[in-house]
Design a binder for this molecule. Structure first.
Ligand code: AMP
Ligand code: MN
Ligand code: MN
Ligand code: MN
Length: 282
């Protein structure tokens, strides 16, 4: 029997909120037996040339990717673009606008934390972000752990950075329609990232998938490290119902930061069409 392809189509580097350089991510993927890798930094394409070069050097097949932050109802949702052309002017302009909003939001998170006596958090988070235009909550979390406000980053999220907590700031990201348009304009496939993480009602979640399908959205992450086994089965059913391609990914940010490492997730249910069957791989 043919061994299934070990594909990992969602991970992060220091160009967003990952802990390792693109080269180190690719080398780790190669060591873990990954055959096909996509780097998908948040709202940013700048790490792709380095990753592609490292992939060439290590013999891992590589796909240019991105994870776009959007707002759906009152929550942030992530849409992964796979095999996007990094030279697409529309995608670049869209992502630049999202990054600008991200900096404004990071300053507001800093202001909110100052109100409860945590001073200098914007600057602290910035010192954890190698890419100054990409400060995210993970950087705040790492800074707050470093000053002893919490034991680990999970505790920072739970106590400070999620809705209802003092450092949470409502933010308007891109729209779903924009993200799908930018990805398609750049020749890529659009995939709903880690659907099990969203806190929508059943009807709201169906609304998201229905609109995504109407827009010509391509796929859904069925296997991702934040999904339970039950969620893998649940989103496999979603893939079948809407005719979406299925993706498999670690959403790796750094050693020990996700449930499974690069390329170490379970296989997709065998009846689904893997998204990589439709990817131009080079
Ligand atoms: P942001 O794009 O700034 O809203 O940050 C989102 C990122 O924060 C995600 O990509 C994860 O890296 C991290 N994150 C989000 N929620 C959590 C959570 N509950 N626990 C730990 N990390 C989280
Ligand atoms: Mn992240
Ligand atoms: Mn995400
Ligand atoms: Mn991610």
């Amino acid at each position: 029997m043919k061994t299934p392809l070990n594909a990992d189509l969602h991970c992060h580097s220091t160009f967003s909120d990952g802990l390792m350089s693109p080269t180190a991510v690719v080398e780790r993927a190669a060591n873990n037996g990954v055959d096909l890798l996509a780097l998908t930094d948040h709202d940013e394409l700048a790490g792709l040339p380095e990753a592609r070069e490292a992939a060439r050097a290590t013999g891992v097949a590589f796909v240019d990717g991105v994870e776009i932050s959007i707002s759906w109802l009152d929550q942030s949702v992530h849409i992964v673009g796979l095999a996007v052309d990094p030279a697409s002017a529309m995608l670049a302009a869209g992502l630049a606008a999202v990054r600008e909003g991200r900096d404004t939001r990071a300053r507001r998170i800093g202001d909110e934390l100052a109100r409860i006596g945590i001073e200098g958090a914007y600057e602290g988070a910035a010192s954890y972000a190698e890419n100054p235009s990409l400060i995210g909550r993970a950087h705040f979390a790492r800074y707050l752990v470093s000053i002893g406000v919490a034991r680990d980053t999970q505790q920072v999220f739970d106590n400070y950075l999620v809705r209802g907590k003092p450092g949470f700031v409502d933010h308007e990201w891109a729209t779903l329609d924009q993200a799908v348009e930018w990805i398609h304009n750049a020749g890529g496939l659009a995939v709903v990232a880690h659907p099990g993480r969203y806190r929508f009602s059943k009807a709201e979640m169906s609304g998201l998938f229905e609109r995504f399908a109407e827009l010509g959205g391509d796929g859904v992450e069925v296997v991702t490290s934040s999904h339970t086994r039950a969620q893998v089965l649940e989103y496999a059913r979603v893939a079948r119902r809407y005719g979406f391609l299925a993706s498999r990914a670690s959403d790796f940010h750094g050693p020990g930061e996700s449930q499974f490492d690069l390329g170490r997730g379970p296989s997709l249910p065998p009846d689904l069409t893997p998204v990589w069957e439709r990817l131009p791989v080079s």
